[in-house]
Design a protein around this ligand. Structure first.
Ligand code: BMA
Length: 924
């Protein structure tokens, strides 16, 4: 212990004790009120002498393991793995096999300690509280040796009373964590009544057992794309708060337009949730201000132990509407909510303020009866009306950006979310096996116009429903709903990921006892989670993803077929069939998950591996591949359409295969996503009217093969460049059925007057089309997909003098006159690249210019058609305007946008350009 005291003394100077005092804010607010409410002047003058005071306990703490063999400084917020790495005790946990080699860290029990100095003034407050925004996960909290509380759920904000334990001067606070692994195991052992499966992740994931017995990030025990670290730590802010009467803990603001047709005026409901502390009752004035809109509303509030929240309703006559990206602006207004209490003595006064950026938007999830042409009932629709517009949701699923949340900075989130928008998406689903993301995540989504489907953190498992578990979940759901509900970006809640379908399809051997697990399902997700959500938010909430919505409810919440395309959302994965064949895909109302794996670039893998690891079947590669048969599935998909690389150089072969997996992945998603978009206006035997495509998955948690379109650290895979095109707001997309080609025009927001659909037939051997047609069309309504061109493929090819399918390909492009828009040139392959004839090895030349600052222009020239032109700038951070494309013309310009300061020389040095036939270049 002596060592600690010494350590602590040495670090004291570095301890970061920022005092955050809301007085200043409060004074501003008070003066605004004086002007508006003259009658309240006298009351208000008494107010604002004292406010809630917060002492931030972030900064350096002492960290020690159970037997005290390790004592190091640790940054808070943070976790033990990164603290050990910073202290030089372990290397990068992501390198090689360290996820398994460093498992000892997660088996140990770690204690965080620090001193806090307290003034006598602080102790005179009626309430002195320790507020822990997030403890990961099982811990015992002591102050000066006395227990003040415990934590068991990483998603809960804990508050502990310090009044009786703090003394003037130095105090020692300790948070002693227990291994999440041993806790989960103990809980599982203690649950004797019946199994709550699955017990352990599949071996291929090198994971940890029983994550479902602990309220912690489920994927931190390993997943099919991620490592099992099961860290410990103080992962969110921690502070001491003093106040007398009451403080505002949460604010939920909801805006609903007065009429269904117009988006203004709005009726606003603001609910403040208070922490009353030791007071039996307390009253004051609650005020809500939209300063910029000149709207202010206040009410007198009387709080008691029984009633600690207060709602007020008022009107906003005019406000600009908040829109998803691509549909309009993301207007945000600051809403300040303040509570002022005037007590009897001048010492007995509090003020507390919460500020949020609010957006006015209307969300409706429409699940209404669908009738097909024969007028037969065909299930229910499932689409979002956003601001009264039926909106096709275009997005990708979000997983935690790192196994160590302390490494997820705002700039990293900004880069990832900006990349999502740059690829013409406007939606993400925060998937239920990760974490409720940090505030910055939702703030960025608000600012960028990304709508969020928010799962509650339950995924791919059955869960216990004992009283302790349920009450912890209830607090979690209430807190998280209140924290997130006011963000304009949030448009829907889902109680869990895949737990309805897992139960119905007997993924974990629960069939023999189905009704027991069904009862538990209802207890947890319906009676606990959805009930708590609905009490705190008016947004749409579904019982699972995928589910059948009201049809699931009618079937006791576990439908016969939760993936029924006639209802709700579906998840669809098929690794056995040819992904180019769009008839394999369902025709659902909404596709909330689908996908295929690829390998990340060698540039990314290099960070955590060495030369001997660079082959698809190395021990390292097998260790990183957490999806059973993942590599085989990728190779099966590749070899349907491409010749595999047989390069003699192992590293070259690995690089070629990485490139092929990325081509194959990009094409699979292109086929599947365009299929969903084409179906948005069509009902086929009661199926279709698909109104969402949210692919699996946007981002990576580490450097490994996965479904992600963006590699760990932000590099775009080919898929992400393809997403930019297949999600383009205006798109021409083709499909063949029984040798008949239909070409659709797909739009999101823009109606098109006098458009032209351009169709060309090309020979692989020539850079000039064999034949091109222009088909004018008069009017195309927004958010629709219409086939303007339907013709037998053989007739098209023969009119173009194409000798056979293998010799040719098609391109589609649509141009709009009003508004003037051009869709990306969309290639349509008539044959696999194994059979394609006429392709010549192009030598692509390039030159680079600096346009301005971090934007560079790259001129490419090629003497032949070049498929899958791929540009890379290893070592440089940035993205290209276009990549992985089919280069049909002799010259083509691509831009490079550097994310960090980059010189022309650096780009020239690093830039490499290749295309498909280069894969076979070094082979005999
Ligand atoms: C779905 C997701 C994840 C998983 C993905 C790929 O099941 O919900 O659990 O990572 O598929 O297998």
């Amino acid at each position: 212990m002596h060592d600690f005291v010494k350590l602590l003394k040495a670090w004291r100077l570095a301890l970061n004790e920022r005092v955050i005092n809301s007085c200043a804010l409060h004074r501003q607010q008070a003066s605004a009120m004086r002007l508006k409410y003259l009658g309240l002047i006298i009351v208000l003058l008494v107010i604002s002498t004292r406010a809630e005071v917060k002492v931030d306990l972030g900064g350096l703490w002492a960290l020690t393991n159970a037997n005290r063999s390790i004592s190091i400084p640790a940054t808070v917020p943070g976790g033990v793995y990164t603290a050990l790495q910073t202290a030089g005790i372990i290397n990068d946990p992501y390198t090689e096999y360290n996820d398994v080699l460093y498992r000892w860290v997660a088996y140990d029990n770690w204690t965080y300690t620090r001193t806090i100095s307290v003034t006598s003034k602080q102790l005179t407050s009626k309430n002195v509280r320790l507020i822990c925004e997030g403890l990961d996960t099982i811990s015992l909290i002591t102050v000066n040796g006395k227990t003040i509380g415990r934590s068991k759920n990483m998603f809960i904000r804990y508050e502990f009373d310090l009044k009786a334990v703090l003394k003037e001067g130095n105090n020692t606070i300790s948070i002693a964590f227990q291994s999440a692994i041993t806790y989960a195991l103990d809980k599982w052992k203690a649950h004797k009544a019946y199994d709550v499966p699955p017990d352990c992740p599949p071996d291929v994931q090198h994971g940890i057992c029983h994550p479902n017995f602990i309220r912690k990030e489920q994927s931190s025990f390993a997943w099919d794309w991620g490592p099992g670290f099961a860290s410990q730590g103080i992962w969110k802010d921690i502070r001491i708060e003093t106040f007398d009467c009451a403080v505002i803990r949460d604010v939920v603001a909801t805006a609903i337009p007065f009429t269904d047709l117009h988006l203004t005026p709005w009726s606003i409901q603001v609910t403040a949730f208070f922490e009353l502390g030791a007071s039996v009752s307390c009253s004051g004035i609650l005020q809500a201000d939209f300063k910029v809109l000149n709207v202010s509303h206040s009410a007198t509030v009387k709080l008691t132990k029984q009633k600690t929240n207060f709602s007020m309703k008022f009107q906003v006559q005019k406000a600009k509407t908040w829109w998803p990206a691509g549909f309009g602006d993301q207007q945000l207004y600051q809403l300040q909510v303040s509570f002022s209490n005037g007590g009897r003595s001048s010492d007995d006064q509090d003020s507390s303020t919460k500020s949020l950026l609010f957006g006015f938007r209307r969300v409706e999830l429409v699940e209404k009866s669908v009738t097909d042409i024969k007028n037969d009932a065909a299930g229910l629709s499932f689409f979002f009306n956003i601001n009264n517009q039926r909106t096709f949701i275009k997005g990708a699923n979000w997983i935690p950006a790192d196994a160590f949340q302390e490494r997820v900075s705002r700039p990293r989130l900004e880069r990832l979310l900006q990349s999502l928008v740059d690829a013409n998406m406007h939606a993400t689903r925060v998937w239920g096996g990760g974490v409720y993301e940090q505030d910055a995540f939702y703030e960025i989504c608000d600012a960028l116009g990304i709508v969020v489907w928010q799962d509650f953190m339950f995924a791919c498992a059955m869960y216990p429903v004992d009283e302790e578990f349920l009450s912890s979940v209830k607090s979690e759901v209430i807190q998280q709903t209140r924290r997130l509900a006011s963000h304009p970006s949030i448009i829907a809640w889902s109680a869990n990921n895949e737990n309805e379908v897992a139960l119905r399809q007997n993924w974990y051997g629960t069939a023999n006892n189905f009704s027991l697990y069904q009862k538990d399902f209802v207890t947890l997700y319906i009676n606990t989670i959805l009930d708590a959500v609905r009490e705190n938010s008016k947004l749409p909430a579904v019982s699972s993803s995928p589910s059948n919505g009201p049809e699931s409810e009618a079937e006791g919440w576990v439908a016969q077929d939760p993936t029924d395309p006639h209802y709700g959302d579906v998840h669809y994965y098929n690794y056995n069939d040819d992904c180019w064949n769009t008839s394999i895909y369902p025709k659902p109302r909404f596709a909330s998950e689908y996908g295929f794996q690829s390998w990340p670039s060698l540039e990314t893998l290099r960070q955590v591996s060495k030369a001997g690891d660079w082959s698809m079947d190395s021990n390292f590669s097998m260790h990183r591949q957490h999806h059973q048969n993942g590599n085989k599935q990728m190779m099966d998909q590749i070899t349907r359409h491409f010749v595999d690389s047989t390069s003699r150089n192992t590293t070259q072969r690995f690089m070629n295969r990485i490139y092929l997996t990325q081509i194959s992945q990009a094409l699979c998603y292109k086929y599947e996503t365009e299929h969903y978009r084409r179906l948005q206006s069509t009902l086929i035997d009661g199926e279709g009217m698909t109104m969402g495509a949210v692919y699996w998955q946007l981002n990576d948690i580490w450097q490994a093969p996965s479904w992600a379109s963006i590699e760990y650290q932000g590099k775009w895979k080919m898929l992400h460049y393809y997403a930019k095109d297949f999600f383009a707001p205006l798109l021409a997309s083709g499909v063949e059925n029984n040798d008949v080609l239909s070409v659709y025009v797909i739009t999101d927001v823009h109606p098109i007057l006098n458009g032209t659909l351009n169709i060309s037939v090309w020979s692989w051997a020539s850079q000039t089309p064999l034949k091109s047609w222009q088909f004018p069309f008069k009017q195309h309504v927004r958010q629709s997909a219409v086939a303007y061109y339907v013709r037998k493929t053989a007739d098209i090819l023969s009119e173009a003098n194409c000798p056979k399918r293998e010799a040719c390909f098609l391109t589609f492009q649509v141009t709009g006159i009003t508004p003037s828009l051009t869709s990306p040139l969309n290639p349509y392959f008539l044959t696999s690249f194994i059979k394609a004839v006429g392709l010549k090895q192009p030598k692509i030349a390039h030159s680079v210019l600096q346009i301005e600052g971090d934007t560079f222009s790259i001129q490419l020239s090629s003497p032949a058609i070049a498929p899958f032109v791929w540009l890379e700038a290893p070592g440089l951070q940035g993205r290209f305007s276009d990549n992985g494309f089919l280069m049909v013309e002799e010259s083509h310009t691509v831009e490079f946008y550097a994310w960090t300061s980059t010189t022309l020389e650096e780009l020239k040095q690093s830039l490499a350009v290749k295309s498909l036939l280069d894969v076979y270049n070094d082979e005999e």
